[in-house]
Design a protein around this ligand. Sequence first.
Ligand code: CUA
Length: 326
Amino acid sequence: MLLLQTLRGAPNQSVLESSGPLADRVESLWWFAFATASIVYLATMGGLWWAAARARRRERQGEELPPDGERRMTRGVTIAVSATVVILLVFLITDLTVGRTLDPVPRKHPITVELTGKQWWWDVQYADTSAQGRVQTANEIHIPVGQPVLFLLNASDVIHSMWVPNLAGKKDLIPGYTQSMWFQADTAGDYRAQCAEFCGLQHAKMALHVIAEPQAKYEKWIDEQRKPAHTPTDSVADRGREVFLTGQCAMCHSITGTSAASHNGPDLTHLASRRTIAAGTLPNTRGALAGWIVDPQQVKPGTHMPPNQLAPQDLDALLTYLQSLK
Ligand code: CUA
């Protein structure tokens, strides 16, 4: 039981807690490999123990190797090698078969998400036939339960890899080459995805949250995301907006409905609606946000976000503004 618990790891980032049709197949493959490997391990250890015990007994009793000993040993090795080849072949065939069932994208996939890997965060864009319908966000994807979602994967610097173990297998994001993958969540939940290809200093802190929710809740979310940023009504938030637009922030970030339109860093139009900041590194709280803005290199050394030495009132106003971006 303890072994199983250890193997499972965190329930929202685990191959053994599959929550969709693709992940189910991957999990079955995992169990098949685990069971076979366990049997092979036990058989090998048992055989080794038996051979050692027999050799010791012979030595104690001063017995010689029987005349057909050499022949029997050759037969044993031949059987073991043949069994190994057969097991590896079965693995190969099962692996390829499962792989083939994962690839075909279902014809019906109303939602298409363009996912771009960057050092070290995820740019998320929901495709739409109209420009107003498109949504740009970062490090958090919402999907409706029970519906296949198509992902178009790309990268803008180095190779990254999308891996949300509860929902699907891995797929690389390669600069200049669009790949696709799809998955479907059958149970609502907040699933953690992790970049699975070493991509530099902060590879480990490149997480993505996939939030699967009922259709109505998803639609409400996407409608909110389509709106331009909330315009501040109180003077502190308004001052914060000024700090944002006239300082360093606007040089890298975009907020729809304002003059900030740079896409070097994550889009912040609805920053306050997200659960985490810095690609899953910190919870989206006022304190964490303050620490991240003032000294991001302390949180995530090597990040492209520069430090911001703001006057206390300016920082306070900026935080109030950012937290109003629901
Ligand atoms: Cu991106 Cu590892």
